[in-house]
Design a protein around this ligand. Structure first.
Ligand SMILES: [Zn+2]
Length: 285
């Protein structure tokens, strides 16, 4: 049995982007910043890539905006747009996984929790994968695993750098061990990229946890994170219960991890593109 299918019937039912955009506009004009608790005009926040203009707190952005931020002119070619999970375990939690997938596809206009694309970053062609945090918590199942593996294969074939922007709750529980197998599959692919001396830059955003942290998010030639992002394997409550100790302030946030040697840099969202551009110049030129 295949772990994913191309579900044409479902594709056709997807709402167009225009409908989604209209919905967003009616949701309210103001938003409370989670950092400074001030009320901010939503348009100001969006114009600043969801970085609070008053305190600099980084709110989440979706995969499409992430690509717009990093890729020249926001123009790119997408791959594997119709790769869908076939629900290989027939999993049911509070509702059937197949239903959950259908609802997520409608809400995000994506087949799974990732956009894989090719575009240029400051004129340099790159393969880029951006995770979609709204799609079942940006969890990694068979489709995300396959999309990243194919992106690695394209990078090898075309001799291009690879960027992966993580935003994920970890492996997708509804695909059980099959999700966990993606960790090994992607890691093996990244090894081949390394042997071919092609750079892989991992960008960790809020949140990057579980099996994603335990595999590709930490395997970059450079691992860089956005400020204040939650990055970890197990949650703080589980760790506290296991080691029976109170965890220090700021534990599992980007700045703490940088200080303790788990990251190479913490880079604000608005400086991300020039930073990656300079890094690629260093690796490739
Ligand atoms: Zn703020």
């Amino acid at each position: 049995m295949s772990w994913f299918t191309r579900d044409k019937a479902d594709d056709e039912k997807l709402p167009t982007l225009g409908i989604n955009e209209r919905k967003v506009r009616t949701e309210g004009l103001w938003q409370k910043c989670e950092g400074c608790r001030q009320i901010i005009w939503k348009k100001d926040l969006e114009a600043n890539w969801n970085v609070c203009p008053k305190c600099g707190a980084h709110s989440r952005i979706d995969a499409a905006n992430r690509l717009k931020l990093l890729i020249d002119g926001g123009e790119y070619t997408r791959f594997d747009t119709a790769l869908c999970s076939s629900d290989p375990l027939g999993f049911v939690d509070s509702k059937p996984y197949s239903e959950r997938l259908r609802a997520m596809r409608q809400a995000t206009s994506l087949c799974d929790a990732m956009i894989a694309a090719e575009g240029t970053l400051d004129g340099r062609p790159v393969q880029i994968c951006a995770m979609e945090p709204r799609f079942i918590g940006g969890s990694m199942g068979s489709v995300v695993g396959e999309m990243i593996t194919r992106a690695i294969e394209r990078a090898l074939e075309r001799r291009q750098p690879l960027l992966i922007v993580s935003a994920s709750g970890g492996a997708r529980m509804q695909e059980g061990a099959i999700s966990l197998m993606q960790m090994a599959k992607i890691s093996a692919g990244l090894m081949r990229l390394d042997e071919a001396r092609l750079p892989y830059i991992s960008i960790l955003t809020d949140p990057t946890t579980g099996g994603v942290t335990a595999s590709y998010a930490m395997l970059g030639d450079l691992n860089i994170a956005e400020p204040g992002a939650l990055i970890g394997f197990a949650g703080p409550r589980v760790i506290e219960q296991t080691i029976r100790q109170k965890l220090p302030e700021g534990f599992q946030r980007s700045e703490f991890l940088l200080k303790h040697g788990m990251l190479d840099a913490v880079v604000p969202r608005l400086e991300l593109k020039p930073y990656v551009s300079i890094a690629l110049k260093f690796f490739v030129a």
